[in-house]
Structures are given as C-alpha cells and as structure tokens.
Design a binder for this molecule. Structure first.
Ligand code: GUN
Length: 293
C-alpha cells in the first residue's frame, strides 16, 4: 500500500486542538505573534500571509513588520530588542531568507519568545534533548511520523540538506527519537550510496524534482519532501513524486507488500510548518504565564 501523508488534514487537527486548549483558558487576547520581514522575497510574502491566516484561525494576534532590504544591522537589532520588551508579544520570528548583512539577527530574539527555535539557547536544548521548542519544519515532520505511526527507532534516516532551518535540527530531533542519521549535502560524494541504504529519506535541497526512484532501493519506506519549487507556474517538491510512486507500484506488483509513505507538494510538510509555528507560539505564551488560568 502507498500512503500519501496528508499534512493539510493533520495541520487542521493541530489547529482544532490548539483552539480547544485556548478556549479552556482566559488568554484575554494576550497571545501575539510578531513576524519581522526584511526585504520583499516573493515566497516569504506568501508564507507570511499563511502565518497570518493561521493566527486568525486559532484566535491569536498577529503583527507583521516589514523593512527595506538595506536596513542596517544595528537598526534591526534595536527593533528586535524593542519588540522583546513588549509584554503582550509572546512570539517573535525573523522571516528567512535574510539579506546577507543581516544573517544571525534572530539571535537577538529573547529565547523565551523565540518560536522558530533558532536561538542558540533553544538549539542547545534540542542538542541535549531537553527541548520544548523544535524548529517548525522538523517539528511538523515529527508530527507526520507520529500521526501515521512511523516509528523512528533504529531507522536509517538520510537527510538531504544541511540548513539551520531544516536539515540540522531535523537530524537532532530524529536522533532524539533513536534513529540513525546521515546528513548529505551539495558536497556529498555519491549521494546514491547513502540513499540506497535509507529506510526514510527527508529531502530539503531546493531543487525541483531532483530525487527520483534511481536514488532508492526497496528498503525505502518513506519519503518526506520539504521542497517548494515553482516550475512553469506549478508548485512541485524536490522529489519526483510520480516517478517514485510508479517505482513503488512496480515493487508491489513484484511481491513487496509493505506500506510506503510519501508527502505530496503542496499539502505535505508545508501546512505543518505553519501549524507548528502557531503551536510553538502557544507553548511559549503558556510558559510565560501571560495567560490566566
Ligand atoms: N523561511 C522558510 N522557513 C522558515 C521558518 O521556518 N522560519 C523562518 N523564520 N523563516 C523561514
């Protein structure tokens, strides 16, 4: 059987649960997510719109501050520090990608208001396994594993992509679940050597349709595609979905009866990244006792 992992459905379940939890407490509209955007990246504009919609869905406040590409480092820091001090702001993110001269400004977000989990303090907690805030995309991927009962214990997971947003935190989060992790990247020699031994492949390289069935063997039970690319105006992932599914169908015809899982693009990982941002925002708000109960 081939199962398409439905991120949209799971994201909606997360929103319903968050709404239910928020209804039980008197939060007096005190939960506020601030998104700081610098520049006018087209994809970021879309992601931020989705984050706003998600906040509205669960009934928390959303503020979006947008600055020009040539914002000075000191001015950006000063703004973050001002927002850190706002008592009703419970979550802050700096939308990536950033202009090069501003790389690292997210480190000035207070760790207790960091809802991306990108600050050194929150990443350090993830390294040691004492984390509460996991970066939103890896956290969403863990939700999928959990929802579809995909046990990570002892599994060979190959992660393709070593970004601070996805690859590295994903490796730590999966390691904390007792998986064996290999991180591959653009300088990896003979990528197929690694993917051919994988039980699970997580792809986050930003190259449309790059990973196809030629990278896989019958061992592979699950493909998680983090990519969001546009080809001829149409969204597609980093994996060649149709080619992989066809390969799996052929395996089934030749007697391989295992269940295999794959995320679609869109509707796979993407909605869960946003849902986990909202979930992290609620978690941080509860931690801060901004909410009466
Ligand atoms: N850009 C793409 N994904 C993310 C994310 O999870 N957080 C932030 N801040 N920027 C992103």
């Amino acid at each position: 059987m081939i199962v398409q992992l439905n991120g949209k459905e799971l994201a909606n379940n997360i929103y319903d649960k968050l709404k239910e939890n928020l209804n039980l407490i008197e939060h007096e509209n005190n939960i506020t997510l601030v998104v700081i955007q610098i520049g006018n990246n087209e994809a970021s504009n879309v992601y931020i719109k989705n984050k706003k919609k998600a906040c509205e869905k669960v009934g928390i406040n959303f503020q979006h501050y947008k600055f020009s590409e040539d914002t000075k480092f000191d001015d950006a820091i000063q703004f973050i520090e001002k927002i850190n001090a706002e008592p009703f702001v419970t979550g802050i993110i700096v939308q990536k990608p950033l202009p090069e001269h501003l790389e690292g400004i997210e480190q000035f977000i207070s760790p207790e208001k960091d809802v991306d989990g990108f600050t050194f303090e929150n990443l350090g907690k993830l390294v040691s396994g004492y984390n509460e805030i996991i970066p939103c995309t890896p956290s969403g991927i863990l939700d999928l594993f959990n929802y579809y009962n995909i046990d990570l214990k002892g599994k060979n997971i190959v992660i393709i992509g070593r970004s601070n947003i996805v690859g590295k935190p994903m490796a730590l989060a999966a390691l904390n679940k007792d998986a064996t992790i290999t991180i591959c990247h653009s300088k990896t020699k003979n990528l197929k050597f690694y993917t051919s031994n994988a039980d699970i492949v997580i792809v986050a390289i930003g190259k449309a349709n790059y990973i196809d069935s030629s990278y896989l063997t019958s061992k592979c039970m699950c493909i998680i595609d983090v990519g969001i690319n546009k080809v001829d105006g149409k969204l597609c992932g980093d994996c060649n979905y149709n080619d992989i599914v066809e390969y799996w169908e052929k395996l089934e015809e030749t007697g391989y009866n295992e269940t295999r899982f794959i995320t679609p693009v869109p509707g796979g990982v993407g909605p869960l990244t946003v849902a986990n941002l909202i979930s992290n925002t609620v978690t941080q708000a509860l931690n801060k006792n901004f909410i009466k109960d």
